[in-house]
Design a protein around this ligand. Structure first.
Ligand SMILES: Cc1cc2nc3c(=O)[nH]c(=O)nc-3n(C[C@H](O)[C@H](O)[C@H](O)COP(=O)(O)O)c2cc1C
Length: 341
């Protein structure tokens, strides 16, 4: 498979990017040791912080990917923002935090991070949420990076291929964390299982595929490869490993195994899958769309709840396979996932 050699994989397993803490340089290094590759998650980090993390990986291996949130804003309706802010006020007051008065519509430091990756290239760069403009793809190609685009439907796969990326991360809605849909206001209608999604995408695009979403055991890895993907990406199943930076509150909720996972936009204004808790029960039905404004709006509540060890008011991202996560070292988990290949 050309993708495997392009990505330098002896085992076709990728440690998927997990922004907000779970991905650490140690996790990325462990993925490399397992014969796969790990992606640092640049989301929510400044370019400076990203540079530090890349440096930490590079002290042990130069084999890594970096994942970026590509700008694809969904500006929030201001009236809806104010109404949602009002709804959140009681929880914010109780936790003693102040919610941003006006919507924050930033681009997650996009330009600075692209500049960093063109000045100090990494072997692989992946994008989620949006498709980067041609000049950015050209600049990253010119410094030798392999480019991967997250897509959630056959239509998005066609768009990504036309844009000029080298491979697709095909993510089903079983995935933990944000769904990388390019159209969060109209996400793909089918919550198709990964198998069907892979069949639809391979029928529409020639690009090699990294399959993601709900993959948590060796049989599912094998099924995804049999269905035509060149590699798989796993996130949730690594979240309890010692190398992951998952918070104690999040670890405890995952380990308990007693919650269902649901897709909600209540935390960030974009669909994302996590363990159901009081925040989702209270706000899912009333949350407007609006990314990144809702991410910034709810952030003070989530931070305070996490600091207090309260799992009910914090996002507990998890894919549908979260009960298969173990506290084994990440290298062991990845090798076990490859056991039936
Ligand atoms: C905590 C968490 C954070 C995530 N952050 C990102 C991210 O920053 N960028 C991204 O492209 N995908 C992100 N994802 C999605 C993963 O990269 C991947 O698609 C997903 O974990 C695969 O499904 P699984 O969780 O069922 O293994 C995140 C997932 C989780 C669980």
């Amino acid at each position: 498979m050309p993708l495997l050699s392009e990505l330098g994989l002896s085992v076709p397993i990728v440690a998927a990017p997990m922004a907000g803490g779970p991905t650490t340089p140690e996790l990325v290094v462990a993925a490399d040791r397992a014969g796969g590759i790990g992606f640092l998650a640049a989301g929510y980090l400044s370019a400076e912080a990203l540079k530090t993390k890349i440096g930490a990986v590079r002290r042990q291996t130069s084999h890594l990917g970096v994942n970026l949130f590509a700008p694809n804003p969904v500006p929030v309706d201001r009236t809806a923002y104010r109404a949602y802010r009002e709804r959140l006020r009681a929880d914010a007051d109780r936790l003693g935090v102040v919610l941003p008065e006006d919507p924050v519509e930033d681009d997650d430091g996009w330009r600075d991070k692209v500049d960093l990756l063109t000045d100090a290239p990494v072997p692989v760069v992946s994008f989620t949420f949006g498709v980067a403009e041609r000049a950015v793809l050209d600049a990253l190609h010119a410094v030798g990076s392999v480019l991967v685009q997250t897509v959630t439907s056959a239509d998005e796969a066609r768009l990504a291929e036309a844009a000029g990326v080298d491979a697709l991360a095909v993510q089903s809605s079983a995935a933990g964390g944000h769904w990388g849909t390019l159209t969060p206001s109209e996400p793909p209608s089918s919550h198709a299982g990964l198998g069907r999604l892979l069949a639809e995408v391979s029928a529409s695009s020639e690009l090699p595929i990294i399959a993601a979403g709900g993959i948590a055991d060796a049989a599912t890895v094998r099924a995804a490869l049999t269905a035509g993907s060149a590699a798989v990406a796993v996130g949730t199943v690594l979240m309890l490993s010692p190398e992951a930076g998952t918070s104690d509150t999040h670890r405890a909720a995952l380990s308990a195994g007693d919650r269902i996972t649901v897709v909600t936009r209540a935390f960030s204004g974009r669909p994302a899958r996590g363990l159901r808790n009081a925040f989702i029960d209270r706000y899912d039905a009333v949350a407007p769309l609006g990314y990144p404004a809702l991410h910034h709006l709810t952030s003070p509540v989530r931070r305070a709840a996490a600091a207090a060890g309260d799992p009910e008011l914090v996002h507990l991202w998890a894919g549908t396979g979260y009960r298969a996560a173990t506290t084994d070292p990440a290298e062991t988990i990845m090798r076990q996932l490859a056991a039936q290949l």
